[in-house]
Design a protein around this ligand. Structure first.
Ligand code: ARG
Length: 433
């Protein structure tokens, strides 16, 4: 028997290079649990609708369940010589149950099949990724609770700007991850409509019950337009977009970790488990994990760009180009899961250097804004208060002193409004406690 589902009109053999290029089983084999689940739902529906006999339907369902069990346990190996996972499952079913297996594809095409599989796969992976994002948020929250009150310099332009707390800084990432979770949930909700029943592109003349299949598979509805159902990959793009934003957030945090554990900053120490040494320089402790997460952001962006480019200008409906939607998607799912786990562990085990962070707050005139605000509270217009404070900073720089070390007699030469209580305003604290 041929190992293709489409040999009817063809004589002779396909060129080996054609076969190689056409074959997707090396990567789409990961869809087998979803492919089988969808086939079970389809087989049950064909039976219920009387399109095939109840016996045939039952044999298919039992046979498919056994294939799933055997693949899960490793008892059955996927044949990497066949074209794709859909072909493999159908052929294995026919090998096991005989003639009835050949009826599985009634009223169905691989076009609506693969579109369904991919949605089912992504639903599960999005849930896992969302859980990992939540776990990372918890790691941030715990660290913020432990060391949250530590004052640290807040930066703009990577120049010390105003005091913030280490907790505030960490919780900024918590807020980003919250939006990431919402974006993924949103993507999943929009994605969970069922393409099955759309056939190759034009539906089917069999009395399929699309709602029954959709319900059994956990979709919240069916895709109404059959051309759209087989050719839509918006969910892949939305997921890759959301994943790219997640990676952008992770890479910003990792960049800060790399900076913070440098001798120049020395704000945190990373646990040795997440660093490596140098093969030449014995003193080195490199933040490789943080660097790799930052680096892996590139491949996720690459997958988004590749998918957008893939879909651009494709005429309706299905085109084989779309087989290329999977590898970048799978790689992104794997990359994201790995990076989210690694970063959570890194955060849980890092040690903040509170003394150093607080010391840095006291160098660099981070209390200048509060001094200007002090004048404003006493009725000086902000722009004037800003100028007066600027002069004080200039004087302090010249004398290499902090603002709080300049005497009241100096301040009164700048403005008669200054009183002894200016030194209270100059105490380092965060503007928003
Ligand atoms: N492997 C194909 C894909 O991933 C499955 C659909 C094939 N459809 C077809 N008409 N050849 O897109």
């Amino acid at each position: 028997m041929s190992n293709k589902l489409w040999q009817g009109r063809f004589n002779g053999n396909v060129d080996p290079v054609t076969e190689q290029l056409n074959r997707s089983i090396s990567f789409d084999q990961r869809l087998y649990p979803y492919d089988i689940r969808a086939s079970i739902a389809h087989a049950a529906m064909l039976g219920k609708q009387g399109i095939i006999s109840a016996l045939e339907s039952e044999a298919m369902v039992v046979g498919l369940q056994a294939i799933l069990t055997d693949l899960d346990s490793g008892k059955l190996a996927i044949d990497l010589e066949v074209e794709d996972i859909h072909t493999f499952v159908e052929m294995e079913l026919t090998r096991r149950i005989g003639e009835a297996g050949k009826k599985l594809h009634t009223g169905r095409s691989r076009n609506d099949q693969v579109a369904t599989d991919l949605r089912l796969y992504l639903e599960v992976e999005i849930q896992t990724i969302e859980d990992l994002l939540f776990n990372l948020q918890q790691a941030l929250e715990e660290k913020a609770e432990q060391a949250g009150d530590t004052l640290m310099p807040g930066y703009t332009h990577l120049q010390r700007a105003q005091p913030v707390t280490f907790g505030q800084h960490l919780m900024a990432y918590h807020a980003m991850l919250q939006r990431d979770r919402e974006r993924l949930q949103d993507c999943s909700r929009r994605m969970m409509v069922c393409p099955l029943g759309a056939g190759a592109l034009a539906g089917s003349s069999f009395p399929l019950d699309r709602n029954m299949v959709a319900e059994q598979l956990g979709f919240h509805g069916v895709m109404q337009n059959t051309l759209d159902a087989v050719s839509d990959r918006d969910h892949v793009l939305e997921f890759l977009g959301a994943a790219s934003i997640v990676m952008m957030h992770l890479s910003r945090f990792c960049e800060e970790l790399v900076l913070w554990c440098s001798q120049e900053f020395n704000f945190v120490a990373l646990d040795a488990a997440y660093t490596t040494g140098s093969s030449m320089m014995p003193q080195k402790k490199n933040p490789d994990l943080a660097e790799l997460i930052r680096g892996k952001t590139g491949r996720v962006y690459g997958s988004l760009l590749a998918a957008l480019t893939l879909m651009k200008a494709l005429p309706l409906a299905y085109n084989k180009d779309m087989q290329e939607d999977k590898e970048g998607l799978f790689d992104t799912v794997d990359t994201l899961k790995l990076c989210l786990q690694a970063l959570a562990s890194m955060i849980k085990t890092l040690t903040p250097n509170a003394a150093r962070m607080t010391a840095c707050v006291k160098e660099g005139y981070l209390n200048a804004t509060e001094l200007a605000n002090y004048l404003v509270k006493k009725g000086v217009p902000f722009r004037d208060a800003y100028m007066i404070t600027g002069q004080a900073v200039q004087q302090a720089i010249q004398q290499s002193l902090p603002l709080e070390a300049l005497p009241l007699s100096f301040y009164t030469t700048l403005s008669p409004v200054f009183k002894e209580d200016l030194y209270t305003a100059l105490q380092y604290s965060v503007a928003t406690p």
